[in-house]
Design a protein around this ligand. Structure first.
Ligand SMILES: O=C(O)c1ccccc1N[C@@H]1O[C@H](COP(=O)(O)O)[C@@H](O)[C@H]1O
Length: 219
């Protein structure tokens, strides 16, 4: 395994952002979804993005956002990536990519093998696929719920596009998730929080250290 690519999502303070950058996160995520406890207003997000720029790639997470919100994010925050975590179609992904000249990561919920097969429809369109667990029935959020899925479903997957794994990862499980899934990119939100929506610098550092240790062991 080469060095894993690690994304820390749902950052909202300079302190936790700095911990992620200092520990080696290659990508950071800012959430633009009002129902999320990690939602950040545009001005706050712009300041965090400026702090991260040049040190890690910046992903703006949206959920079926309208054109107005996407345009505001692109203008104020200037992310490298749009992480589309709703029910955006391949056509909508292609439209946003072309209009804004931004890389697009489409998140897909997984509970069984057929969910992974559906990814083929996005493979020639997006720049990255993010596999997350399907949300529990009563969940308010489509992601960020700390729920894992069967990592073996991703083994041997080759769609010709980079793949990232998320869903219920934490410092205790990330190494095993990398080994079992065969995927080399991971994303975490709840698993590095001391309480819902509140990131913890020690957990962020532990998560990145564990992921990197797993990468070294298999090299
Ligand atoms: O983090 C959120 O609040 C969020 C809101 C809406 C959609 C997705 C969200 N987060 C993403 O969900 C996955 C899994 O997160 P977790 O580690 O299980 O908490 C991850 O890709 C986040 O970027």
């Amino acid at each position: 395994m080469t060095r894993p690519l690690i994304k820390i999502c749902g950052l909202s303070t300079p302190q936790t952002l700095d911990a992620a950058l200092d520990a080696g996160a290659a990508m950071i995520g800012l959430v633009f979804f009002a129902k999320s406890p990690r939602n950040v207003p545009l001005d706050q997000a712009a300041r965090l993005a400026d702090r991260a720029r040049g040190k890690a790639e910046i992903a703006a997470l949206t959920v079926d956002a309208d054109d107005g919100l996407i345009a505001d994010i692109m203008r104020e925050v200037r992310p490298d990536w749009l992480q589309l975590h709703g029910s955006e179609t391949p056509e909508r992904c292609a439209e946003l990519k072309a209009r804004h000249g931004v890389k697009v990561m489409k998140a897909l919920g997984v509970s069984q093998a057929t969910d992974v097969e559906k990814a083929a429809g996005y493979a020639g369109v997006v720049d990255k696929l993010l596999f997350d667990a399907k949300p529990p029935k009563d969940a308010v959020l489509p992601g960020g719920n700390g729920v894992a899925f069967d990592w073996t479903l991703l083994r041997g997957l080759d769609l010709g596009v980079p793949v990232m794994l998320s869903g219920g990862l934490n410092p205790q499980t990330v190494a095993e998730a990398l080994r079992i899934s065969g995927v080399n990119e991971v994303d975490v939100s709840s698993g590095v929080e001391r309480e819902r929506g509140v990131k913890d610098e020690t957990l962020i550092r532990a998560f990145i250290a564990e992921a990197e240790r797993a990468g070294e062991e298999t090299r």
